[in-house]
Design a protein around this ligand. Structure first.
Ligand code: ATP
Length: 240
C-alpha cells in the first residue's frame, strides 16, 4: 500500500544486558486500527512497548512513527507527537486528586478551552471519575485507577495509544467495562496498540493481532482468523 503505517517495527531487537528479550520483531499499525499483541508471561510484550516509547534502548532494527525513525527519541518528546502509553501498573499519582491527575494529561497543551471540552468528554465516558474528582487517586480501586490512567492519556490527545495489559488485576466486570471503553476510544478514531495476556478479549476487541513467543513474532493476522486458529486456541485460549 502507498499509505504509510502510523507505527512500524522493523527487525526490532531489544536486550537487557546480555539477554535478548525481543528478537527481529516486525509489526505495523495502520491509522485507525486497533491491533493487539498477545503472548504468554515473559514473551517480550511489555519490552516491545517500552522500546516503542523510548523507555528502553533498542539493540537493533528500527522503529518508525508516521514514517520517521523515532529510535532514541525520549518519551516526553514522543508524547508531544501523540504517542502515548498507559503503562502496566498505570503510573498515576496517588497523592494527587483525580482532577489533578487528569490535568497532568494536558501538561504539554495550551488550548485551555479544548482541554476543558476533552476533560468533559472523558468524564462522560467515565462517570465514576466525575463522582470522585477531589478524591486522592491512591484511594481508587484498581479498575478506577485504570480508568483514570486511560482518561489522562486521552486528554493528551493521542494519535497512537499504547495500552499495556489494561485488564491486569481487575475483576471481570471491570475488565468488561475497560474493554467497552477501549472500543469506544477506537471508534472515535484513535489508533491503538493493545498488549494483553487475556488473548480472547484482546482478539475479540481488535482488528488484527500479533502473537509473540520467547521474544519472537510467531503468528499474525486478522483477529477473527487468529481466534479460529487451532494453534492459538490450544496455546492461548485454553482449549483442546
Ligand atoms: P508479562 O506479561 O509477564 O509482563 P511480557 O511478555 O510483557 O510478560 P517482558 O516483561 O517484556 O514480557 O519480559 C521479556 C523478558 O525480558 C523476560 O524474560 C523478562 O525477564 C526480561 N526482562 C524484562 N525486563 C527486564 C529488565 N529490566 N532487566 C532484565 N530482564 C528483563
Amino acid at each position: 500500500s502507498t499509505v504509510t503505517p502510523l507505527l512500524e517495527l522493523r527487525d526490532l531487537d531489544v536486550a537487557y544486558g546480555g539477554i535478548r528479550a525481543v528478537r527481529g520483531l516486525n509489526l505495523t499499525v495502520n491509522r485507525g486500527e486497533l491491533v493487539c499483541l498477545i503472548g504468554a508471561n515473559g514473551a517480550g510484550k511489555s519490552t516491545t512497548l517500552r522500546a516503542i516509547c523510548g523507555l528502553v534502548p533498542r539493540a537493533g532494527g528500527d522503529i518508525l512513527y508516521d514514517g520517521r525513525s523515532i529510535a532514541g527519541v525520549p518519551s516526553y518528546l514522543l508524547v508531544r507527537e501523540g504517542l502515548v502509553m498507559v503503562p502496566e501498573g498505570r503510573g498515576i499519582f496517588g497523592q494527587l486528586t483525580i482532577e489533578e491527575n487528569l490535568a497532568m494529561g494536558a501538561y504539554s497543551r495550551r488550548d485551555i478551552e479544548q482541554i476543558r471540552r476533552d476533560t468533559e468528554h472523558v468524564l462522560e465516558i467515565f462517570p465514576r471519575l466525575r463522582e470522585r474528582l477531589k478524591q486522592s487517586a491512591g484511594t481508587l480501586s484498581g479498575g478506577e485507577q485504570q480508568m483514570l490512567a486511560m482518561g489522562r492519556a486521552m486528554i493528551s490527545r493521542p494519535r497512537l495509544l499504547l495500552l499495556d495489559e489494561p485488564s491486569m488485576g481487575l475483576a471481570p466486570i471491570m475488565v468488561d467495562k475497560i474493554f467497552e471503553v477501549i472500543e469506544t476510544i477506537s471508534n472515535e478514531g484513535v489508533t491503538i496498540l493493545l498488549i494483553e495476556q487475556n488473548a480472547k478479549l484482546a482478539l475479540e476487541a481488535s482488528n488484527r493481532g500479533y502473537v509473540m513467543e520467547s521474544g519472537r513474532m510467531i503468528l499474525d493476522g486478522p483477529s477473527q482468523q487468529l481466534l479460529d486458529d487451532p494453534k492459538v486456541r490450544a496455546a492461548y485460549l485454553g482449549e483442546e
